[in-house]
Each structure stands twice: as structure tokens, then as C-alpha cells.
Design a protein around this ligand. Structure first.
Ligand code: MG
Length: 160
């Protein structure tokens, strides 16, 4: 089997709000994430990893943030669309691994639900999607609570 690997990275800054959406999970917080869509950095990073592995560019190319169709969009629709694009290109997602970087809110109680959402949207078994969270020990923009970052890698295999 031929394998393809891709990586993704995304950041959104905190703004007004009372919750964040990460990996499709709504998590109460004293601030929200500023974004054209729902600001789901986890899904945006994962979309870029899958698109990167498939050689299909990036999320901004497929879902431009100046397109009114995507205002306030549920990012899970992006991930489902990206998974379909990979399938159409003859590629299956074998596994994905995501790291969320945030000083707050505390994410450990939510990583399992995030992984289940991501796996469902990719159309693969939950065991093939790993989500983990880390702080940066108070350092840098995430440590200062200015925003949340996410990194993702995805491995795809040719089905044809
Ligand atoms: Mg984004």
C-alpha cells in the first residue's frame, strides 16, 4: 500500500463569548474563540492534515473565510467534506493524531468525546483517532491565555 502523511496547524485568538468548540465539543469557558466559522482549531488542523496528505491544498482554499456561506459554520461539516474529498482521491484515513495547546479551559475531560466526533466525521473507528491536550506551562501566546493552538498529523493509504 502507498502511504501519504500530512500535517496541520491552526490558531484562533480568544475573544468575547462563553464557550469554545473544540473537536466538535462545546466547552464552557469565560471567553470564546474569534473566527469566521465556529473557531474549532482542532478540526481546522485536522482538515489541513488530511488535505495535506491528499495533496489537496488547505482548508482556506476549500472553505475561504471571506465566504458568507461559512459564517458561524459548524466545522464538522468541513471535516466531513474533507474526508469525502480524500475518498474521492482514492485515499483512506488510516489514523490521525491531534494535540491541542491551551492553558485553559481544562481539556482532559473532553478529549475522548472530541476523538469520537473526529472519527465519526472521518468515517473511521474511534481507536484510529487520538486527541491529547497540553499546556505550555504558562509560556508563549497560549500560556498567556491569548488563544488556542492545535497540531495534527494524518496518515492516509491509497485504496486503489
Ligand atoms: Mg482556523
Amino acid at each position: 500500500m502507498e502511504f501519504r502523511v500530512g500535517q496541520g496547524f491552526d490558531v484562533h485568538r480568544f475573544g468575547a463569548g462563553d464557550h469554545v468548540v473544540l473537536g466538535g465539543v462545546r466547552i464552557p469557558h469565560e471567553r470564546g474563540l474569534e473566527a469566521h466559522s465556529d473557531g474549532d482549531v482542532v478540526i481546522h488542523a485536522l482538515c489541513d492534515a488530511v488535505l495535506g496528505a491528499a495533496g489537496l491544498g488547505d482548508i482556506g482554499r476549500h472553505f475561504p473565510d471571506d465566504d458568507p456561506r461559512w459564517r458561524g459554520a459548524d466545522s464538522r461539516t468541513f471535516l466531513r467534506a474533507v474526508a469525502a474529498m480524500a475518498r474521492e482521491a482514492g485515499l483512506a484515513v488510516i489514523n490521525a493524531d491531534v494535540t491541542v495547546v491551551a492553558q485553559a479551559p481544562r481539556l482532559a475531560p473532553h478529549v475522548e468525546a472530541m476523538g469520537a466526533n473526529l472519527a465519526a466525521d472521518l468515517g473511521i473507528a474511534p481507536a484510529r483517532v487520538n486527541v491529547k491536550a497540553t499546556t505550555t506551562e504558562g509560556l508563549g501566546f497560549t500560556g498567556r491565555g491569548e488563544g488556542i493552538a492545535a497540531l495534527a498529523v494524518a496518515l492516509l493509504g491509497a485504496t486503489g
